[in-house]
Design a protein around this ligand. Sequence first.
Ligand code: SF4
Ligand code: SF4
Length: 195
Amino acid sequence: MIGSGILKGMAVTARNFVGSYFEKERLITVQYPEERSPLPENYRNFPFLIYDTDDAEAGLRCVACKICEKECPPQCIYIVKSEDKKPDYMGKPQFYPAVFDIDISVCMSCQICVEVCPFEAIKMDKVFELSTRERFDALLQRKSELSKSNTYYHGIHPIEAAEVDAKLAEAAAKKKPAAPAAQSPAVTSPKPSPT
Ligand code: SF4
Ligand code: SF4
């Protein structure tokens, strides 16, 4: 019958409309921004840099190798490698990014930077409320804004972060077989969520 599909669709709508007064699971509208639906583990938007310990500078995992900058398809990562080295969180002298910027107005959230990083230093964030009234500099995220703790990472991607910690602990144990205990990246106090 012509129009039967429309009638069936209207019946489903009516059932959910009336049912929503009696069954909470039929109430699918979320009163954003007062209410927010939980984001799935694998949700991602823009990258951020991870640091261990509670020192965002010394604990930064990034060693400014620039692989992500080279591989980023729209070329929205800008890194300046440091002239000097400083001890990382395990005490090993490392180069570090003197400058690390990501232009999130260009970033296409492809996650290639994450895939190519050999140091588990860059991961995908879940923060999506990043709109601004400016068109230029306001969407250029600097190292200080991009740096977030390993605890923050555990908070947004718990399964993935635990896997990364285990991988890093295993690598550290292989590197230092004589050490009394493998030193895994420390879980530090959470950084306040960016707004
Ligand atoms: S997510 Fe993709 S586009 Fe964005 S910075 Fe990483 S590689 Fe570049
Ligand atoms: S985030 Fe990773 S790939 Fe990019 S420069 Fe730092 S260490 Fe290298």
